[in-house]
Design a protein. Structure first.
Lengths: 158, 422
């Protein structure tokens, strides 16, 4: 069991200095993610041009893995279409759980999340932000976000 | 905040020199396991304690030689099983110093015991506007059954808050007793903070208003000397697996007078004297509350666990754990950025803490890689976490087999965590 596989420098960097931390106002979509098992909470807001994510931010409290994963995700999905995000999430899901997975695309810094696969209890920490992003994008498809954010969907992993 | 911690472990004024922890550890096979190549430092007994060989042997002997259904057959095995089952009830009665075995009901665990009282004691007698008083440090098992009862009856749930040290001052309880209070339900020991509540005082102020008291003893039974007559409480509950016995079995103690008045909770076999399609006559205490075939092997194992604890000596175990609690508290306070959550002067075998810049979940993973098993999260006490404004804490807890080596290993692992996150 190699901790340095889990806590790679990229992960620790994004935990200590999360990118795109905060919230967008106005937002086209928003969602809350919650992992009741460890208490992680994050609030995610997106702005969308047509089918493309123009900007995305997150805020909340979480462990190193959930915070770094959210930070890395916000960097990776900016400028991507809904379909591209779905394909990316699919690859990330395999990276988090499968040892010899060959991704269909260059995942860049996101490959650092692969260390999680040796720590099954932590996979949900890494995937929480992706589920939350999906919820925010789905909300956007259903209609404009409530300005107060009160209608933001809430997703829970356990 | 440092004074109470400094006092911990010194109150007994003696080292537990006559307590041979190495011999105790040898009774627990699992403690010789290695985790990720490291010796196991099991500091999660508050979640579930490990079992000594004598418990496994008792269960094994029961299954291998005596198993049959209880209270049913005239054949030899059924009588042997019944004898073992009822002898276990007597062991539990003596452990709690109850007046009678009629006051000892076997259930699945503390959770089921509290649900039984909520549904059998609470539901028939609560009217809309009646009140149940709990505290801010309760485990979800002593919150949710009362919320369900509230939905069913229109009663109100009143909460006596904790203070920053993790105490519930007796005034906070006394001032919330009203003419509508029908039951006080409190933990003996907080699972999240280790606070020991002053049960005798709570019983005194409640009984002064003729309000019965239920005590959730899940965290107390392994550590405190529980005498239900001295405490004066009306109900007391605990779980086998926290006191070195098997999972899936626990105990409800209830004063006979109250249990007699209560209707059965579940219907089925063994809880009846006679059944016709017109009328069923319920069995006597405690069988009225034990519908269906019970967890016989679990009950036999529980009795073996209680005998084991009595053989070690409950006051010796308590002194040993108290000493470790003091050592661990003092040493943890030296760790830069570490904050102990819950600093009540009266604490029992549990330390909750946070470390600046390291989420408890990450601590749990890193400590596990070092062979140290602790609990991280909300400890099924989310209102306690909310009060302290924390999403989670790390919790180290001790048992009769815990040693200073475990604490050394914990401190080394914490140093490792601080290196990873430096």
């Amino acid at each position: 069991m190699d901790l340095s596989e889990l806590y790679r420098d990229v992960i620790l960097d994004h935990y200590k200095t999360p990118r795109n931390f905060g919230s967008l106002d106005p937002a086209d979509g928003a969602a809350d993610g919650h992992n009741p098992l460890c208490g992680d909470r994050l609030h995610l807001t997106v702005q969308i041009d047509g089918d493309r994510i123009r900007d995305v931010r997150f805020e909340g409290k979480g462990c190193a893995i959930s915070t770094a994963s959210a930070s890395l995700m916000t960097e990776a999905v900016k400028g991507k279409t809904r379909a591209q995000v779905a394909r990316l999430f699919d690859d990330i899901h395999h990276v988090l759980t499968e040892r010899d997975f060959s991704p269909s695309q260059d995942l860049g810094k996101l490959v650092a999340l692969g260390g999680v696969r040796e720590f099954p209890a932590r996979v949900k920490c890494a995937s929480l932000c992706w589920h939350t992003l999906n919820a925010a994008l789905e909300q956007r498809e259903r209609g404009p976000a409530d300005q107060a954010g009160a209608a933001a969907p809430s997703i829970s992993t356990e | 905040m440092s004074t109470p911690v400094a006092e911990l472990g010194r109150a007994d004024g003696r080292t537990a020199a006559d307590y041979d922890v190495a011999a105790v550890r040898a009774d627990f096979p699992i403690l010789s396991r290695r985790i990720h190549g490291k010796p196991l430092a099991y500091l999660d007994s508050a979640a579930s304690a490990q079992q000594p060989r004598s418990v496994m042997a008792a269960v094994d002997d029961y299954v291998a030689r005596h198993h049959a259904n209880v209270h049913r057959g005239v054949h030899t095995l059924s009588q042997e099983a019944t004898n073992l089952f009822e002898a276990a009830r007597e062991t539990v009665r003596a452990f709690l110093n109850a007046r009678s075995t009629r006051e000892i009901v076997f259930v699945r665990g503390t959770t089921e015991a509290i649900n039984l009282v909520a549904q059998s004691f609470g539901r028939p007698r609560l009217q809309p506007g009646d009140e149940i008083l709990i505290t801010g440090l309760e485990h979800h098992a002593n919150i949710v059954p009362w919320q369900m009862l509230r939905e069913q009856t229109g009663a109100k749930l009143i909460v006596a808050p904790i203070d920053r040290a993790g105490n519930v001052p007796i005034d906070a309880i006394e001032s919330r007793l009203s003419a509508r209070t029908r039951l006080v339900a409190v933990a003996h020991v907080s699972n999240a903070l280790g606070t020991v509540l002053p049960i005798k005082d709570i019983v005194r102020v409640a009984h002064a208003r003729s309000v019965p008291v239920l005590v959730d003893g899940a965290q107390a039974a392994p550590h405190e000397i529980v005498d239900v007559q001295a405490l004066g409480c009306d109900f007391y509950t605990f779980s086998s697996h926290k006191v070195y016995g098997p999972t899936g079995v626990g105990v409800l103690y209830g004063r006979e007078e109250l249990l007699s008045e209560m209707p059965p909770w579940q219907g089925g076999g063994d809880m009846i004297l006679s059944v016709t399609f017109d009328k069923t006559t319920y069995n006597t205490l405690p069988y009225k509350f034990e519908a269906g075939t019970p967890n016989i092997a679990g009950v036999v194992g529980l009795a073996a666990a209680l005998r084991y604890v009595e053989t070690l000596g409950r006051s010796k175990v308590r002194a040993h754990e108290h000493r470790l609690l003091g050592i661990a508290s003092r040493r943890l306070q030296q760790v830069p950025g570490l904050t102990i959550v819950g600093t009540a002067p009266a604490r029992s075998a549990v330390i909750s803490f946070t470390v600046d810049g390291i989420h408890p979940h990450d601590l749990g993973t890193i400590l596990d890689a070092e062979g140290v098993a602790i609990r991280t999260g909300h400890h099924c006490a989310m209102p306690v976490m909310d009060y302290f404004g924390l999403p989670a804490t790390a919790r180290a807890s001790f048992g009769c087999y815990s040693s200073e080596d475990d604490i050394d290993q914990l401190l080394d692992a914490l140093e490792k965590a601080r290196e990873v996150f430096a």
